[in-house]
Ligand binder design. Structure first.
Ligand SMILES: Cc1cc2nc3c(=O)[nH]c(=O)nc-3n(C[C@H](O)[C@H](O)[C@H](O)COP(=O)(O)O)c2cc1C
Length: 212
């Protein structure tokens, strides 16, 4: 099926209140599966927006590595600008866009680091090269050349040899616990469907339809 046919199929079906799972996380998982089935490349790629204490905004892509009842998990360098923002202001937003399906999901809420055991478990699952590069890169710091990075990579390779490459103390995961999740389905004539869950209590959500 071509991308146009896929998009048309989802656009025609639309998004109705009666289609929604009462739990927005399960709804996210359903859409995530649809994206996988439609062949979307890296369906877990999401734009993460943070803001500093001075309300200076910043956005960048991350890969969602877990979606659980408590929230959305991603991993990064704890010394990076995004981590600095989150330490100063632990509120953030994520946007996932699967344009092939004319779908977008907007998520906002509060962010906390996950436990060291969980970060450890995920780090262990990464290939050796990705574990080494986590050690080698002071994420977002200015460097003189690519050579500097490659030398640092070699240094860490030599340091760890064939042994274990441990979790760097400055690297790990975060969980964004959502307060709101909006599901957006593109429809013909830009008369798009938008249904937003707002958290009322721990497991209680109100769903509202928004004008496109
Ligand atoms: C598709 C995609 C996925 C990415 N995933 C991650 C990720 O999971 N973690 C991460 O730290 N950076 C990831 N990056 C790089 C970030 O976008 C960004 O360059 C880096 O984290 C530095 O951001 P900061 O300076 O705002 O902290 C990804 C980039 C792209 C394009």
């Amino acid at each position: 099926m071509s991308i146009d046919e896929i998009r048309e199929r989802y656009s025609r079906a639309g998004l109705n209140e009666t289609d929604l799972n009462p739990d927005p996380i399960l709804q996210f998982e359903q859409w995530f599966q649809d994206a996988g089935a439609a062949g979307v490349f890296e369906p877990g790629a999401a734009c993460l927006a943070t803001a500093s204490r001075e309300a200076e905004p910043s956005a960048r892509m991350v890969l969602l590595k877990g979606v659980e009842s408590r929230g959305f998990i991603f991993f990064t360098n704890y010394g990076s600008p995004k981590a600095r923002d989150l330490a100063e202001n632990p509120r953030a937003a994520l946007v996932v866009a699967w344009v092939e399906l004319a779908r977008q999901i907007r998520i906002s809420g509060s962010v906390e680091p996950i436990s060291r055991e969980e970060s450890h478990r995920y780090f262990e699952s990464r290939v050796a090269g990705s574990r080494l590069s986590a050690w080698a890169s002071h994420q977002s710091q200015v460097i003189d050349s690519r050579q500097v990075l490659e030398e640092r990579m070699r240094d860490f390779q030599a340091r760890f040899g064939d042994g274990d490459i441990p979790l760097p103390p400055f690297w790990g995961g975060y969980c964004l616990s959502p307060g709101q999740i909006e599901f957006w389905q593109g429809r013909p004539d830009r008369l798009n469907d938008r249904l937003r869950y707002r958290r009322q209590a721990e497991t209680e959500w109100v769903v509202e339809r928004l004008a496109p």
